[in-house]
Ligand binder design. Structure first.
Ligand code: ADP
Ligand code: MG
Length: 425
């Protein structure tokens, strides 16, 4: 919710109108501008214009010039003006819209300046009759602009599933809340998967994490790996000799990083050097990193380094966070060092199953970048969905985690790998 007035509209919509079974909106208007504004609002709030009920244009244009085109939004101004019987035209239109199987809800724009043309427009009677005739409770949102609008609105709202709003946009938005409410109610119960895990390894790491209140680097990655989340190959080492020995078992290019609780944001210390292609380059990188730290803080001691194979692909963020109200919440989105800049993240309540994980990914702005675009191959979506499901499983097995961040998980055409993670208790 953006503000109090939006909240108020949402509450009114849900109280008075309740659910709207589909996104298809029928609009009745007495002004062309109102029709355009409501069609625009439909687009803004995720609803769609329904097809005009078959037969309605013929009924409305009976006896008036043939050039009069009737579509949805149904603009009854010209018809009512020439035909002269507003009440009948309004009644006919709203009843047909409600009765049409292609219409899920109705927006009624009532503009009645004090003109003799509108004198006989008894809205309450029209609505009550249409509701009775149609025999359903599809929501009707109204925008009423006339002399005694608020008392007319009150009377209209005494009819089932009718609510009046302060503007056309608010009316359409109100209906969109009703549609979302229906969708949420329809949502199937998730059917999350369980996975086998290396219990011994998990228990040892959890014990360590709960004692320290935090797990870093290789410990995190090992915990994730024990849950079947693919992680990049790497090691921890204390000095250059040890690092050199370890490098022999890894495949270049390599990435050297600072390790330890002093360096929670390693890049900020100049503590991540990627693209190390050879032993020579490795030496240079090592001395450069030591110098980077010395320049920033000469008193700090580097206790360990992390050496990893280099992964290539799209950088994503995956995370868990324990919320006091919702329990474990799982998140995924745009990762890497610019996460905070783009804030492209979607969230779901644990447990999530595959179809919910898919919806989370699809709701990201970056989603098109993950799929095949402009000749670039898409990432291994199955592998990514699998990681989301496994993370959700992890959250159910270890519900006392306060926060878990994988940033980044690097997703490529042939699988994905976590390269940096942090878990807090
Ligand atoms: P921090 O988040 O503490 O600064 P990261 O380990 O996340 O450190 O590294 C920062 C960035 O360096 C990552 O977003 C990624 O772009 C790159 N990077 C780190 N490790 C690897 C790796 N193993 N393969 C490829 N790129 C990496
Ligand atoms: Mg990181």
């Amino acid at each position: 919710m953006k503000d109090g007035s939006e909240l108020r509209d949402a509450i009114r919509a849900l109280l008075l109108l309740r659910g709207m079974e589909g996104p298809m909106l029928g609009i009745i208007t007495v002004t062309g501008a109102g029709g355009i504004m409501s069609a625009d609002a439909c687009e803004d709030f995720g609803l769609m214009l329904a097809d005009i009920p078959p037969g309605l244009p013929e009924k409305l244009t009976e006896g008036i010039p043939e050039w009069m085109h009737i579509a949805n939004p149904v603009d009854i101004w010209p018809v009512g003006m020439i035909g002269g019987n507003y009440e009948e035209v309004y009644d006919r239109t709203i009843t047909d819209l409600l009765e049409s199987p292609g219409v899920d809800g109705v927006l009624a724009i009532v503009l009645a300046p004090s003109s003799p043309l509108h004198a006989g427009l008894n809205l309450v009677k029209i609505l009550a009759e249409a509701r009775r005739e149609a025999g359903n409770r599809k929501p009707i949102a109204m925008w009423i602009s006339m002399e005694n609008a608020s008392s007319v609105a009150d009377q209209c709202e005494s009819i089932d599933a009718v609510a009046s709003f302060d503007s056309i946009e608010q009316g359409v938005k109100g209906l969109s809340f009703c549609h979302r409410y229906h969708q949420i109610r329809q949502r199937e119960v998730p059917s999350p998967r369980s996975f086998s895990l290396n219990r011994q390894q998990v228990d040892a790491l959890l014990k360590k994490g709960r004692n320290q209140k935090i797990l870093l680097e290789e410990d995190d990655l090992r915990l994730l790996a024990a849950f079947g989340v693919p992680v990049v190959r790497g090691v921890l080492a204390c000095d250059l000799d040890e690092l050199k020995a370890e490098a022999e078992n890894l495949t270049y290019p390599l990435v050297l990083k600072l390790a330890g609780p002093d360096f929670l944001h390693k890049s900020e210390w100049g503590g991540v050097i990627t693209g190390i292609g050879s032993l020579d380059e490795f030496h240079n990188a090592f001395y450069k990193m030591v110098e980077n730290v010395r320049l920033r803080n000469p008193d700090i001691r580097i206790e360990a380094f992390q050496l990893q194979e280099q992964a290539g692909g799209k950088e994503l963020l995956l995370g868990l966070k324990r919320d006091p109200q919702f329990g474990q919440v799982i998140a995924c989105g745009f990762g890497g060092i610019y996460t905070e800049v783009f804030r492209d993240i979607s969230r779901g309540n644990v447990p999530v199953d595959r179809s919910q994980a898919e919806k989370m990914l699809k709701s990201l702005k970056m989603y098109p970048l993950l799929t095949e675009v402009r000749g670039q191959e898409g990432i291994d979506m199955e592998a990514l969905l699998d990681v989301l499901e496994r993370l959700s499983f992890l959250a159910t097995v270890v519900p006392d985690i306060a926060e878990l961040d994988i940033n980044p998980l690097i997703a490529a055409v042939d699988g994905c790998r976590a390269v940096d993670a942090r878990i807090l208790w």
